[in-house]
Design a protein around this ligand. Structure first.
Ligand code: NAD
Length: 525
């Protein structure tokens, strides 16, 4: 059974009413409605969060659009200088940020601090890469020498971002950074539960010199805010569940605007027969239980080779039983809380359904109200099948199912037997063999000898889901270029197209066909 730890539950001293009220003061709420944003560990109300009306949202877009008209005229170098300063401020405030993330989401200290590092990592990457990615690219036109065509990247305008609660600071800020660098304004809608950390991050960006008005925040329940936000945006960046992603994608499609949808997963891990047991146990513990299982890329299904099943299962279960769990603002607990009592009940319902249909609980399986209102034990199941909720739907909690396989083809088939395709993991000491297995998994991300962090932290490579896990990607050049429209600026230095004076059309066509053959052979582009 997981080990509860009693640590420092005192809310960090700087989270005063005055500080929190100052943070939410920028959220428009002209209707007077508020939402009680609570500290997850205790259930105490931290602050009343204003709820934005459709008119508030329209006004936020007008302000953002006015600011964007100026910002897009700044030279890229001047825009990037803001982010250089912001990087320092974000790193220097990592602990204050982590305090807010912990208070509003209930996650443990390690995850909160690691989350605070994501926007600086994204900034570092695009500070180096944006000048190249956004630079105009001149290519040859249809008529060598006499024509050119230049690919010019122009900002889309105002980008609407809708963010979930599981990584509120990272998804609220990191997706906005390349959009802003590219010359856009942003209107973000965080989840009501977790609006504080993104609000704090935005205040740091403004301290670094981001023009006021450029980054707007609106708050409210998704179905209330979503339609007006999408109808006013030039592009939508959404992170959340597959069900909501479908709603967002449909509306964006009707409006003929682009969208990037980063959605859910049911992520598999295949352990090959030559895997190093101790390395795997350490990596799998984080992959399954990191952020209390509330990571879109976390592992919910593990496939173990038949000949090592008992050994690997017993080592993993023993390690899971040794984990520590607690409601504290220090680094002691390895697991924190789930985000809410509602979510705890959803996780519990998946375990209850699995047990009712014949699965076995190897460890965990229970809510822990003795530790805090929304705690749930790290849980390992055996005998899970696809007709169980925990077998086919995303549980998004600290619950994993172990499965046995006899041949690697069987393991790959089982890993791919899902509607999702966000993340996967393969473990083995023969890296070529592990890579070959990885390439056969239908997933936007696959980690070899890691669960998820290596792919996610590789900011130079696009990261997104396939199948029902999403459309588009963040990171890499795609992660900034998606926030731009391409202008094809074509120049012809002399009018030479068509038959020349005195040339009949037969001669003109013959010349054109000869030119086509020459153009294929020539190196001129
Ligand atoms: P959710 O879809 O319920 O909500 C996400 C956001 O969308 C919230 O801000 C919510 O208020 C808003 N929303 C809800 N309904 C809406 C609507 N009709 N119109 C507009 N906005 C609406 O998801 P969640 O439960 O908050 O987050 C967990 C899910 O997010 C999991 O499925 C997880 O896998 C996924 N996720 C994916 C990634 C990724 O990068 N692929 C990252 C983090 C989380």
């Amino acid at each position: 059974m997981v080990r509860p730890v009693a640590g420092d539950l005192r809310r960090p001293a700087h989270l005063t009413d005055e500080f929190l009220e100052g943070l939410v003061a920028r959220v428009p709420g002209s209707g007077g409605a508020t939402w009680k944003l609570t500290e997850v560990y205790t259930g105490e109300v931290l602050v009343e969060l204003p709820q934005s009306t459709p008119e508030d949202i329209e006004r936020a877009f007008l302000k953002a659009r006015a600011a964007q008209a100026q910002w897009s005229q700044w030279p890229l170098k001047k825009r990037l200088a803001v982010f250089k300063r912001a990087h320092t401020l974000l790193v220097d405030n990592a602990h204050r940020t982590a305090d807010l993330i912990q208070a509003e989401s209930g996650k443990n200290r390690r995850m909160a601090v690691e989350e605070s590092c994501d926007p600086p990592m994204v900034i570092s990457h695009y500070l180096k890469r944006a000048p190249k990615a956004l630079a105009p690219v001149t290519r040859g036109g249809p008529i060598p020498v006499l024509s050119t065509s230049t690919e010019i990247r122009q900002p889309k305008g105002v980008v609407g971002i809708i963010a979930p609660w599981n990584f509120p600071f990272a998804t609220g800020l990191s997706d906005a950074i390349p959009a802003l660098m590219a010359g856009n304004a942003v209107v973000v809608k965080p989840d009501n539960k977790t609006a504080l950390s993104p609000l704090f991050g935005i205040s740091l960006l403004e301290q670094a010199g981001l023009p006021k008005g450029l980054f707007q925040v609106v708050c409210g329940e998704g179905p209330d805010v979503g339609p007006t936000l999408i109808d006013n945006a030039n592009y939508v960046m959404f992170t959340g569940s597959t069900a909501t992603g479908r709603v967002i994608g449909e509306r964006a499609g009707r409006n003929l605007i682009g969208c990037c949808l980063e959605l859910g997963g049911k992520n598999p891990m295949i352990v090959l027969p030559d895997a190093d047991r101790d390395e795997w146990v350490k990596g799998a513990l984080f992959g399954v239980f990191g952020n209390t299982g509330q990571i879109c890329m976390h592992i919910e299904r593990i496939y173990l080779p038949d000949e090592r099943y008992d050994e690997l299962r017993d080592a993993f279960v023993a390690a899971a039983e040794n984990l520590t769990m607690g409601a504290t603002y220090d680094f002691e607990p390895e697991l924190g809380s789930l985000v809410s009592v509602d979510h705890r009940d959803r996780v519990a319902s998946h375990v209850e359904d699995a047990v009712a249909k014949g699965a076995r609980v190897l460890t965990g399986g229970r809510a822990r109200p003795d530790i805090g209102p929304a705690f749930f034990e790290p849980t390992v199941l055996e005998g899970v099948t696809n007709d169980m909720l925990a077998g086919s739907c995303e549980t998004f909690g600290p619950v994993v199912a172990l499965h046995r396989y006899r041949h690697v083809d069987e393991a790959i088939g089982l890993a791919n037997d899902t509607d999702y395709g966000l993340n996967a993991s393969v473990w083995g000491t023969d890296l070529d063999a592990a890579r070959a297995v990885a390439r056969r998994i239908h997933s936007g991300n696959v980690n070899v000898n890691d669960a998820l962090a290596t792919a996610y932290a590789s900011k130079g490579t696009p990261s997104g889901g396939v199948k029902q896990s999403g459309v588009g990607a963040r990171h890499g050049d795609q992660g900034i270029l998606k926030y731009t429209d391409v202008q094809n600026l074509a120049v012809l230095k002399k009018q030479v197209m068509g038959a020349q004076p005195g040339q009949d059309y037969d001669a003109y066509v013959k010349q054109m066909l000869t030119s086509l053959k020459l153009m294929r052979r020539t190196r001129i582009r």
